[in-house]
Design a protein around this ligand. Structure first.
Ligand code: CMP
Length: 140
């Protein structure tokens, strides 16, 4: 079923010049980019985005990291977009990620893992609304 997911190229992906590489891989799929922009989150904004992880041991560190430099945020749309994009990214921990996935090929550690993708429809709805308003999404 056609759905939307939120994708982020994280500060490590941007600083390592991997924006083009990630977009090329998305473009090779049956999913399309319907919104895209570059942002620099404050620590507070990163905390709001990762609110579901509040209290976890990595919460402070990941929100420091996500507010340390610019990110590219995108909305992807297509059949099974959530699952397809997660397959393209690979597991959160690059050591567990399948061969050929973005994280397996480029991530350096579990935190600096290049990309983020929503994990369910509910999460996608929250995450898309966190960064984009209706006017910024093409095809509405
Ligand atoms: P992401 O898919 O964006 O979701 C939460 C992020 O926290 C994750 O990717 C990693 O960047 C970071 N993180 C750091 N340590 C862990 C951990 N032990 N488990 C899950 N996520 C972690």
């Amino acid at each position: 079923m056609k759905e939307r997911t939120l994708s982020i190229i994280k500060p490590d992906g941007v600083s390592r010049n991997l924006i083009g590489e990630v977009i090329r891989r998305i473009d090779g799929q049956a999913i399309k980019i319907v919104a895209m922009k570059m942002i620099l989150m404050t620590k507070q904004q990163a905390k709001g985005f990762y609110a579901v992880h509040e209290g976890k041991p990595f919460f402070e560190s990941v929100t420091d990291f996500m507010s340390s430099g610019p990110c590219v945020v995108m909305i992807l749309e297509g059949e099974d977009a959530i699952k397809r994009y997660r397959k393209l990214m690979g597991a959160t921990n690059y050591k567990d990620a399948e061969e050929g996935t973005i994280r397996r090929e480029f991530a350096k550690d579990i935190e600096k893992n290049i990309v983020h993708g929503s994990d369910s429809r509910e999460t996608a709805e929250f995450e898309i609304g966190y960064f984009f308003n209706k006017l910024e999404i093409t095809g509405n």
